[in-house]
Write a protein that binds this ligand. Structure first.
Ligand SMILES: NC(=O)CCC(=O)C(=O)O
Length: 304
């Protein structure tokens, strides 16, 4: 790969980790996977939703870490590896304790090991399909209050966590703010995953003509709860193309993200030019878009 002054092509690794109740073991496993991904050339590594412990509501509090207080072994490990390997990490999510509350929190870490952004899951998962699956994250977590978009060495990244993917407005907002990629650390389940997981990733990518990366824990077929993880972490391109995809087992998959395809897709299929804002509007999106010229809408700003 030849890079000019600005590099538009980046290898993105999705580490679909096997997660157990052993936190130290999970951290060691994640470290080894992230290091190996960096050694394989990945410049961006994405981890799953809740990877430091099992996604079991009743036990999460005992694993929660104080990120702002600097007492977070999971994030310290990611910072160390990011700095040692000079990579960007979208650090999945861990249970975060702050102000007497618990959040489902994703840290984005830059190649100097510093936290570039922190996203607290906005839309907490709530599902009740009698006889199948019942879960109410808001009994355990508090929802975040801020959207998160961050400039990194591999492009401008919008962050959502799992159920956040179901809200197209968030993805549209990120697109309107110039995101190249939206990362959704996730932990979909067997009940919704089969029909909806691929569909939603592709929808967010295709509607907004940008890249979408998801990363899930691996499925544990022996899990002792009704929440079995779907898996299938993927990297999707702006035309809906699958650039990398895992099955349901533990795996690291790596895909190439060529940012110039965002612009070519938008030129080939100029959806933004056709949007009928006179007939329907999302006020946040339109406020951002109205500040842009026609050429700004067509020409995506590349990272410096
Ligand atoms: N952890 C989650 O947010 C799961 C979301 C999910 O499975 C869905 O269907 O939405």
């Amino acid at each position: 790969m030849v890079c000019s002054l600005v590099c538009d092509q980046h290898k993105v690794a999705l580490c679909q980790l096997a997660v157990t109740p052993d936190k130290d073991g999970n951290i060691a496993r994640a470290r080894a996977r992230v290091e190996a991904a960096a050694d394989a050339g990945a410049k961006l590594v994405v981890l799953p939703e809740i990877w430091s412990c099992s996604y079991a509501m009743e036990t999460l509090a005992s694993y929660a870490e104080d990120i702002d207080g600097g007492e977070s072994p999971s994030i310290s490990m990611l910072s160390e590896v990011a700095a040692a390997k000079k990579i960007t990490i979208v650090g999945g999510s861990i249970p975060e304790k702050a102000s007497g509350k618990m959040f489902n929190t994703c840290c984005v870490i830059g190649p100097d090991g510093k936290i570039l952004a922190k996203h607290r899951k906005l839309h907490l998962f709530e599902i009740d399909i009698p006889g199948d699956i019942t879960l109410k994250e808001s009994d355990t977590f508090t929802g975040g209050q801020e959207t998160t978009i961050v400039d990194t060495d591999v492009g401008r990244i919008g962050i959502g966590i799992c159920h956040d993917i179901r809200f197209p407005e968030l993805a549209m907002l990120y697109r309107s703010k110039g995101a190249h990629l939206i990362c959704y650390p996730s932990a979909f389940n067997m009940s919704t995953g089969e029909l909806l997981w691929d569909l939603m990733q592709k929808s967010r990518a295709v509607d907004n003509q940008l890249f979408v990366a998801t990363c899930s824990p691996a499925r544990d077929p022996n899990v002792n709860s009704d929440y079995m993880i779907w898996g299938h972490s993927s990297l999707i391109g702006p035309f809906g193309e699958v650039l990398a995809a895992a099955g349901h087992e533990e795996a690291t998959v790596i895909g190439e993200m060529d940012l110039t395809t965002i612009q070519s897709t938008r030129e080939n299929l100029p959806l933004e030019m056709q949007r009928r804002g006179d007939l329907y509007r999302l006020i946040d999106v339109l406020v951002n878009d109205s500040m842009k010229s026609r050429s700004d809408k067509l020409c995506l700003k590349m990272p410096a």
